[in-house]
Design a protein around this ligand. Structure first.
Ligand code: MN
Length: 336
């Protein structure tokens, strides 16, 4: 791919909107901020837009507070980062701003190669790299775009975020080479990581609460499934400062014998939500979630039950389904 069409759109535009979907993460925000730095260096005006508040854990990325919720009314082109799924623009779809986007050139930069695509895109660049940040680096090199060190920091953050520190399946030698180039360009990984860790620090009251939660973890299905239940009083008290389930999810998964962990939240109106996380080799989260009307990925999925079924009944049905799915995995293993 020569990126010439993309280059032409950027060259012809003065004011470029950089758009993230409704699920901002380290890659989408890092990519947006990197593009902002690169395009500014090219003399362009940029506006960063995301219809959803930037989550607290991403606020160590300098510039997150420049992201606005509304699409401006005068600009020349837009760049959508890290998505090729129109339904992920639920909050913007139907707004006047989104109509403006559709009347001007739209560049999509993404790495979700299985996604349906954006119907109103002028140019879609969707390559099987580990992060949109890696793609932007590749394009910047090819087009001789400037790469100021703040842009490099954001690209490094994108890559480390989506590759979970260069450890996922989708991480390639090229991802490592890109990271090496970025470090050579002046990115200080220890400084970036210190900033991220600072933001991960927890409020003191969460520490004894985490102890309570750990005491309440149940091991079921012969220790293959770890579960935790969070009642409404705790959701109300702790959710504003931390997602209770996530306080113990990693501990549950990092237990010998455990193949998956499920966190249930029981709301005051009877609603029950389940968050499912699976360990490597046991990617059945989406199959469980879909059985109960939810969805997600093999290793991370979730569902909601709104019809008032009791938590005990839900757990019984989930355990039965989980047992069935784990058994069929075992059968497959034996056959090999
Ligand atoms: Mn991504």
């Amino acid at each position: 791919m020569d990126y010439s069409e993309l280059n032409k759109i950027v060259e012809d535009a003065n004011h470029i909107v950089i758009l993230q979907a409704d699920n901002p993460d380290g890659d989408s925000l890092g990519s947006a901020l990197a593009l902002e730095a690169i395009l500014s260096e090219l003399g362009k005006k940029t506006t960063l837009v995301c219809a959803i508040d930037i989550p607290a854990h991403l606020k160590y990325l300098n510039g997150w507070d420049r992201v606005v919720k509304e699409i401006p009314n005068n600009f020349d082109a837009s760049v959508i980062v890290d998505t090729s799924t129109e339904s992920l623009f639920e909050n913007a779809n139907g707004t006047q701003g989104m109509e403006w986007i559709k009347t001007k050139p739209v560049v999509v930069l993404d790495h979700h190669t299985e996604s349906p695509g954006i119907s109103f895109a002028t140019v879609e660049v969707n390559e099987p790299v580990v992060a949109t940040g890696e793609l932007i680096y590749k394009i910047a090199k090819k087009l001789n775009w400037p790469l100021p060190v703040d842009a490099c920091e954001m690209l490094a953050t994108s890559i480390m975020s989506d590759s979970l520190g260069l450890t996922t399946d989708a991480t390639t030698p090229e991802s490592f080479r890109t990271m090496a180039d970025l470090v050579e360009a002046g990115v200080d990984m220890s400084k970036l990581d210190a900033a991220r860790r600072e933001l991960m620090k927890k409020e003191p009251e969460l520490i004894p609460y985490k102890g309570d939660l750990l005491n309440r973890v149940r091991f079921e299905l012969d220790g293959q499934l770890a579960t935790i239940g969070i009642p409404w009083a705790e959701i109300e008290k702790y959710s504003p400062i931390y997602n209770p389930t996530m306080l113990v999810m990693d501990d549950m998964r990092m237990t010998v014998g455990v193949k998956l962990a499920i966190g249930y939240k029981i709301y005051n109106d009877g609603k029950v939500t389940a968050k499912i996380r699976c360990n490597y080799g046991y990617g059945i989260a989406n199959s469980i979630a879909e059985h109960f009307g939810g969805g997600g990925h093999p290793y991370a999925a979730g569902f909601k039950v709104l019809d008032g079924t009791s938590i005990e009944d839900i757990k019984k049905r989930v355990n039965a389904k989980t047992r069935e799915l784990l058994d069929s995995l075992n059968t497959k293993e034996t056959k090999q």
